[in-house]
Design a protein around this ligand. Structure first.
Ligand code: ZN
Length: 320
């Protein structure tokens, strides 16, 4: 059951997004290149059905299928749902219908958007046609949307097509994006607020006495709430590490650099951060480190060696 968020618990918008690059096989390449050329291609199954959008393998026999056919740019709505509030990245900015359209000559339906003035203007069985995008690149968005259409069938005569086009599209970049509000809960709120004073706080389990950093509010081993707040660090010990050789997009750090698990003094769980202030090939297990804060930062930029002797393995072996 939803409840009103506590005013003491932080909330903030969080966006996770990344581009996903995939290569296209011969069938998807022909399908998307075809859309760029205002041609819709389906694929024939071994039992003679035409699938649009096409797939590489017969869904019944699992046979590889390659026989492309051109289908119409007009079709029939087989089912639909009204979208009252289009979200970012959807085909149309104003309310529209999601529709399954069986294009003329196809035996399956394609999911897309239908531009309509309202839900009263949409019905199963209505005739529609493709509205092509003005600029086409070889993507499903080359079909801008569908629109109501009462005329004769258009495009493709369900005839074979060799799928050969000039400059075929061989790959696409699909942008994944999760856009939501994150509430870290009571325990992590205290952890984040302490960081603003450049302090690190964990919580101790009343049963096994382990100190968790960052705290999650409960001990995963004992299954009880952790309530005793404990300040740990600021110094700690490198328990394990890796050398990063691949430069991450949007991260202005020269490779190679070291990313390490660091057990802060007093903590029973290691957190992770970058190690700097020492050549990357001299970082080692047991290295004693301290945080380095940059002006206005909300967490340490990195950790650097303190110059103390290395910690004895027995002191952190349970934390590796
Ligand atoms: Zn416990």
């Amino acid at each position: 059951m939803a409840s009103a968020p506590s005013p003491d618990v932080l909330r903030a918008p969080l966006v996770v997004e990344f581009p996903f690059t995939r290569s296209l096989g011969p069938v998807q390449s022909a399908f998307l290149t075809g859309l760029r050329e205002r041609t819709v291609l389906g694929v024939k199954t071994t039992d003679g059905r035409t699938l649009v959008p096409p797939v590489e393998y017969d869904p019944v026999t699992a046979d590889e299928i390659r026989d492309l056919v051109e289908v119409g740019a007009t079709g029939t709505v087989t089912t639909w749902a009204w979208n009252h509030e289009p979200r970012r990245g959807q085909p149309l900015a104003q309310p529209f219908a999601w529709v399954l359209v069986q294009l003329d000559g196809a035996d399956t339906a394609l999911l897309h958007a239908l531009d309509a003035p309202g839900p009263d203007a949409v019905r199963t069985g209505m005739r529609v046609r493709i509205r092509w995008a003005a600029e086409r690149t070889g993507a499903i968005t080359d079909i801008a949307c569908f629109e109501a259409y009462e005329g004769a069938a258009q495009g493709g005569a369900a005839g074979p097509h060799d799928g050969v086009f000039d400059e075929p599209v061989t790959g696409i970049v699909a942008h994944a994006r999760l856009d939501y509000v994150y509430a870290p809960g009571r325990a992590q709120t205290a952890y984040i607020k302490a960081l603003s004073d450049q302090k690190t706080v964990g919580e101790r389990c009343p049963s096994c006495h382990k100190v968790y950093v960052p705290p999650r509010g409960a001990c995963p081993t004992c299954g009880v709430a952790t309530t005793e707040r404990v300040e740990v660090g600021p110094r700690g010990t490198v328990t394990t590490y890796c050398i990063v050789n691949i430069k991450a997009k949007n991260l202005d750090i020269e490779v190679p650099y070291v990313y390490a698990h660091i057990a802060l003094d007093g903590a029973d769980l290691a957190l992770h951060s970058r190690i700097a202030g020492i050549p990357y090939d001299q970082v080692r297990m047991g290295l004693r480190v301290e945080p380095v804060w940059t002006e206005g930062a909300r967490f340490p930029d990195h950790y650097r060696p303190t110059g103390e002797p290395d910690a004895d393995y027995d002191t952190y072996k349970e934390l590796v």
